[in-house]
Design a protein around this ligand. Structure first.
Ligand code: FES
Length: 153
């Protein structure tokens, strides 16, 4: 298999990683960059657990190849807090009780950051619609929308 070296800025740090050309961005993050906060749910674009920000835009990292993102600016859940201080959206997830098992939470938070940045936070229904790519098997949707709404204020 062909390998390539990709250079990316991940959570503010310059990284240079050798990857098999067939490697998804998700697998690169988890297995090469050792950033396992990004979760693999379905690995086929249906659950949103693998959501990260690429250049500030939310992306399902399982659906795209690492080699397509040479030079990209990547943010994962590990890069959201400011040192020991949680991001306001992370704090809102705690305050609003917006997770149960937590498996979908990194993806929900990354997607929530995108949702806020895109300005789709006018009402709980609007948030639910723009967060519809992120599945929560525990059904914490009401509280997830509340947390995003709180953080957007
Ligand atoms: Fe990527 Fe489910 S793991 S959408």
């Amino acid at each position: 298999a062909q390998t390539s070296v990709v250079r990316m800025r991940i959570n503010g740090e310059e990284r240079e990683l050798a990857v098999d050309n067939r490697t998804s961005l998700l697998d690169m993050l988890r297995e090469r960059a050792e950033l396992t906060g990004t979760k693999k749910g379905c690995d086929q674009g249906a659950c949103g657990a693998c959501t990260i920000l690429v250049g500030g835009q939310r992306v399902n990292s399982c659906l795209t190849l690492a080699v397509m993102h040479d030079g990209a600016e990547i943010t994962t859940i590990e890069g959201v807090a400011d040192g020991d201080r949680l991001h306001p959206l992370q704090q809102a997830f705690i305050d609003e009780d917006a997770f149960q098992c937590g498996a979908c939470t990194p993806g929900q938070i990354m997607s929530g950051l995108g949702c806020i940045r895109e300005g789709h936070t006018g009402s709980p229904a609007e948030i639910r619609e723009w967060m519809s790519g992120n599945i929560c098997r525990c059904g914490a949707y009401t509280n997830i929308a509340a947390a995003i709404g709180t953080a957007a204020k």
